[in-house]
Design a protein around this ligand. Structure first.
Ligand SMILES: NC(=O)c1ccc[n+]([C@@H]2O[C@H](COP(=O)([O-])OP(=O)(O)OC[C@H]3O[C@@H](n4cnc5c(N)ncnc54)[C@H](OP(=O)(O)O)[C@@H]3O)[C@@H](O)[C@H]2O)c1
Length: 296
């Protein structure tokens, strides 16, 4: 049986094994998929070990996306531009890297009817996920694209890196004061610790859309902020997670699974586990009588 995995730290919470099991079932493929905890210090050795064991491919999650890009023997153009890899494909002598985050993000926005063309777009955070989504955002030709971050040098680096694709304006969060945006995208990992970057008020324009790359309990702080700021449309990143996984699956297996039934099943499973529901414009629901699993 062909073996696949997702590597990251922490990883026990990962939804990728469930998603790929559903894809395999739907497409009639016989494969195994497991979550493997890998510490940053042992990343290179683990990649070598997994190759030696015959692993066919792997997803890569936080905090390894940028480090893995440097350990691949080759990377796709989009992974090269992002400087981040979320999909590994086995070669005879090592790993080739790709990045399906951007594809997953734009496919989900299209599903949700959120447009970027001609709109003022703000991305909060400048980590591996932001690197993956910036090119497709720029390709959609927004009126303006601002990236703000806690550490100011990271958006500046991204502005330089993405110059060949378009203009990215770097900011700190506090320097956003007085700005208005039509689309606000949270690509920070602050929600995993129950937080949110410190942001000035009134950032969201009338009719503005908010999209959080996080999902489950980690999406609650941004969702609550977006509601308090009057956002008319708030979505979480579960759809993106399923779409980027479908793109990885298609790279590995040559067939793209249907994502809608998998997303529906995943939301059902999450509700069953008492995880927060943060979809559409409804209030998130916390079922506090159920012990909550850790989030990514
Ligand atoms: N839905 C999906 O398919 C999908 C795909 C990829 C990622 N994600 C999610 O996207 C998020 C970011 O992932 P990543 O890979 O980009 O992580 P990362 O590379 O570790 O970057 C984390 C980012 O969050 C910022 N941050 C962390 N804690 C913060 C805090 N307390 N206040 C303000 N900023 C904070 C960091 O700012 P500094 O640079 O200042 O530290 C950095 O910009 C995670 O929640 C991840 O689960 C979802």
């Amino acid at each position: 049986m062909d073996r696949y995995a997702v590597i990251g730290q922490p990883i026990s919470h990962s939804k990728s094994p469930s998603i790929h099991a559903l894809f395999a079932q739907q497409t009639g493929q016989d494969l195994g998929y497991e979550a493997i905890e890998v510490a940053p210090a042992s990343l290179a050795a683990e990649l070598q070990r997994l190759h030696g064991e015959g692993l066919r491919g792997s997803n890569v999650t936080l905090p390894h996306k940028q480090a893995v890009a440097k350990l691949c023997e080759s990377v796709s153009d989009r992974a090269q531009l992002a400087g981040a890899v979320n999909t590994l494909v086995r070669t005879d002598s090592g790993w080739t890297g790709d990045n399906t985050d951007g594809e997953g993000f734009v496919t989900d926005l299209a599903r949700l009817g959120i447009t970027l063309t001609g709109r003022r777009v703000l991305v909060l955070g400048a980590g591996g996920a932001t690197r993956g989504i910036l090119a497709p955002i720029l390709e959609a030709r927004p009126a303006q694209l601002v990236v703000s971050n806690r550490n100011p040098w990271k958006p500046e680096e991204l502005a330089e890196l993405f110059k060949p694709v378009g203009v990215v304006t770097p900011r700190t969060h506090l320097a956003l004061k007085g700005d208005r945006y039509d689309v606000v995208i949270n690509a920070t990992s602050a929600g995993h610790t129950g937080g949110l970057p410190l942001l000035p008020g009134r950032l969201i324009a009338d009719g503005g859309d908010c999209y959080d790359l996080s999902y489950g309990d980690a999406s609650v702080p941004f969702r609550q902020w977006a509601r308090s700021q009057g956002a008319s449309h708030i979505e979480d990143g579960l759809g993106m997670l399923v779409e980027q996984a479908a793109s990885s699956f298609a790279i590995w297996r040559g067939v793209r699974p249907e994502t809608a039934p998998v997303l529906k099943e995943l939301r059902r499973l999450m509700r069953g586990h008492g995880e927060c529901e943060a979809v559409g414009t409804h209030q998130p629901v916390r079922r506090s009588h159920v012990e909550l699993p850790p989030q990514d």
